[in-house]
Design a protein around this ligand. Structure first.
Ligand code: KIV
Ligand code: NA
Length: 264
C-alpha cells in the first residue's frame, strides 16, 4: 500500500520544493486532488462553499467529521488535515484535545488545523505533546470575522506587523508543524516565512511562502465572484451551466432519452 505523506515530511519541506495543497470536502474531488497535492485540507470553508452558510461560524464538529471521513476514504497519498470548527477548541486546551481526538479517531486524518496565534499557543502545545499534530492559521482568521469587522487583509499598517510576527513565532515554539498565512500583505508573509523554522502555507499571502493553498471550488471557477487572491484555473461553473441547460432542453423536446439511452 502507498504510504501517506507524513507530518514530519511536510515539516521537512521548509525552504525546499514548494508544498502543494488544496481544500477538498468530498471523496470524488479529493481523489483527483490526491494525485497532485502534498496535503489536502478539509476546511471549514465548506460551510460557506458547499452548505450555503453566511460564515464558517455555524459549522459543527459532526459536519467536519463527516466530510473528513469522505476525504480520507477517497485518498491514498496526501496528508489529510481537518479544520477544527468555531467553538470546539478556544475554551481550553482540554476541550480542544477532546474534540481534536474525536476528529482524528473518527476520520483517520493525520492532523488538525486551528485558527489563532499567540493566544492559541498553550492549546497547540497541549495537543502536539499528546499526539495530535497541529497546523496553525494566522493573519486573516475567518472564525474571528465578527471581531475583525469582516474579512480584512492584515498588515496593511506596518505597525501591526510585530503582532503577526509574534503570532508566527508563538505557534512555532508551541509545536505547530506548519502555519497557514491567510490574507496578509505580501512583504509581511515573506518576512514571516524567513523568520520561522516551519513551512508557511500561503493563501492571499506571498509566492515566497513554503507552499500554497486555495479553496478548490474557487480555483475551479464554481463561484460567480472570487477574491483577488484566487486564480481561476478551471471553468466548472459555466461547464455545469451548459450541461444542465442542454439536459433541460432535451427533456422538454423529448430528445432525451434517445435511442442509445433506452432498453429495447
Ligand atoms: O477553511 C479553509 O478552506 C481554510 C483555507 C482557506 C486555509 O482554512
Ligand atoms: Na478554515
Amino acid at each position: 500500500p502507498i504510504r501517506r505523506t507524513t507530518v514530519p515530511q511536510i515539516a521537512a519541506r521548509k525552504g525546499g520544493e514548494p508544498i502543494v495543497s488544496l481544500t477538498s470536502y468530498h471523496a470524488h474531488t479529493a481523489a483527483i486532488v490526491d494525485k497532485y497535492a502534498d496535503f489536502i485540507l478539509v476546511g471549514d470553508s465548506l460551510g460557506m462553499v458547499m452548505h450555503g452558510m453566511e460564515s464558517t461560524l455555524g459549522v459543527s464538529l459532526d459536519l467536519m467529521i463527516m466530510h473528513g471521513k469522505a476525504v480520507v476514504r477517497g485518498t491514498q497519498k496526501a496528508l489529510i488535515v481537518v479544520d477544527m470548527p468555531f467553538g470546539t477548541y478556544e475554551e481550553s486546551p482540554s476541550v480542544a484535545f477532546r474534540n481534536a481526538a474525536r476528529i482524528m479517531k473518527e476520520t483517520g486524518c493525520g492532523a488538525v488545523k486551528l485558527e489563532g496565534g499567540a493566544r492559541m499557543a498553550d492549546t497547540i502545545r497541549f495537543l502536539t505533546e499528546r499526539g495530535i499534530p497541529v497546523m496553525a492559521h494566522i493573519g486573516l482568521t475567518p472564525q474571528s470575522s465578527n471581531v475583525m469587522g469582516g474579512f480584512k487583509t492584515q498588515g496593511r499598517d506596518e505597525d501591526d506587523w510585530p503582532a503577526h510576527e509574534a503570532d508566527a513565532k508563538a505557534v512555532t515554539e508551541a509545536g505547530a508543524f506548519a502555519i497557514v498565512l491567510e490574507g496578509m500583505v505580501e512583504p509581511l508573509a515573506a518576512r514571516i516565512t524567513k523568520q520561522v523554522a516551519v513551512p508557511t502555507i500561503g493563501i492571499g499571502a506571498s509566492a515566497e511562502c513554503d507552499g500554497q493553498i486555495l479553496v478548490l471550488e474557487d480555483m475551479l471557477g464554481l463561484n460567480e465572484w472570487t477574491p483577488k487572491f484566487v486564480k481561476v484555473y478551471g471553468d466548472l461553473g459555466p461547464a455545469i451551466d451548459r450541461a444542465v441547460s442542454q439536459y433541460a432542453e432535451e427533456v422538454k423536446d423529448r430528445t432525451f432519452p434517445g435511442e442509445d439511452e433506452v432498453y429495447r
